[in-house]
Design a protein around this ligand. Structure first.
Ligand code: ADP
Ligand code: ZN
Length: 220
C-alpha cells in the first residue's frame, strides 16, 4: 500500500501520516523530516538542502528524487508506505510513477488535506515541534497544546518553533510554491481516480484523528 499525503503547509500532513503509520504499522517517509535530520547532523545533503529550505524554496528535484528513490529501495518489504511531503511538483510525481512501475508498484491513494487559508497561517505560527530528532512529535499551542508548556508529552524534551515557521516571508513563499507547483498534482492524480479529500479545520471541529478514521474507511 502506497499513500501520498497532499495538503498545504500546516494542514497536518505530518500528524495524519504519523497516526496512519502507527495504526497500521506502515512506514512514514517525510522528505521534510529527512532534510531536517540531515541539517541537524550537518551532512553534505543537509548543508545543500538548508540553502533552499531556509529561504522557503524547494530543494532541487534531482537531490530530492534520488534521496526518495534510495529510501524506497530500503523500504522494499514494507507493508505500507506513507509519503508525506513528496511529490511536491509534477516532475517529482512523474518520476515517482517511473520508480514504482520499475518495481511493479503504483500509488494506491492520494489523500488531499484541505484547511482554510486563514487557519493555515495561524497553525504554522502555533506549531511547536519536539527538539528530539528521534521523537519529532508536533503540537499546536492553540488546538493541541502539550500538557506542560514547552515540553514534549511523548519524550519530555524541549519543544521549539521550526525555523522556517518563524519567518513570515518564508511562510508566504512556501504557500505560493504550494499553490503554483504542488496543487496541480491534485488534477494529475484525479485523472487516475485515486484522490480522497479530507477537510481538517477548526471551523468544522474536524482534526487529524477523525480524518484518519475516514481515510481508513475509504481505503478498506
Ligand atoms: P512544509 O510542508 O511545512 O513546507 P516540510 O517538512 O514538508 O514542511 O518541508 C520542509 C522544507 O523541506 C520545504 O519547505 C522544502 O524546502 C523542503 N522539501 C520537503 N519536501 C520536498 C520535496 N518533495 N521537494 C523539494 N523540497 C522539499
Ligand atoms: Zn518528543
Amino acid at each position: 500500500m502506497l499513500i501520498i499525503l497532499l495538503g498545504a503547509q500546516g494542514t497536518g500532513k505530518g500528524t495524519v501520516a504519523g497516526i496512519l503509520s502507527k495504526r497500521n504499522n506502515w512506514i512514514q517517509l517525510s522528505t521534510g523530516d529527512i532534510f531536517r535530520e540531515n541539517i541537524a547532523k550537518g551532512t553534505e545533503l543537509g548543508i545543500e538542502a538548508d540553502k533552499h529550505i531556509s529561504k522557503g524554496c524547494l530543494v532541487p528535484d534531482e537531490i530530492t528524487i534520488s534521496m526518495v528513490e534510495k529510501r524506497l529501495e530500503e523500504l522494499n518489504d514494507a507493508p505500507g508506505i506513507i509519503l508525506d511531503g513528496f511529490p511536491r511538483n509534477i516532475i517529482q510525481a512523474e518520476k515517482l510513477d517511473e520508480i514504482l512501475s520499475k518495481k511493479g508498484q503504483k500509488v494506491d491513494w492520494v489523500v488531499n488535506l484541505e484547511t482554510p487559508r486563514e487557519e493555515i497561517i495561524t497553525r504554522m505560527l502555533n506549531r511547536r515541534v519536539c527538539s528530539n530528532q528521534d521523537c519529532k512529535s508536533t503540537f499546536n499551542i492553540e488546538i493541541f497544546p502539550p500538557k506542560v508548556d514547552g515540553i514534549c508529552d511523548v519524550c519530555g524534551s524541549e519543544l521549539k518553533i521550526r525555523e522556517d515557521d518563524s519567518d513570515p516571508k518564508a511562510i508566504e513563499k512556501r504557500l505560493e510554491i504550494y499553490d503554483t507547483q504542488t496543487k496541480p498534482l491534485i488534477d494529475f492524480y484525479n485523472k487516475k481516480g485515486i484522490v480522497i479529500v479530507e477537510e481538517i479545520s477548526k471551523r468544522i471541529n474536524r482534526f487529524a484523528e477523525e480524518a484518519c478514521d475516514d481515510i481508513m474507511e475509504k481505503i478498506k
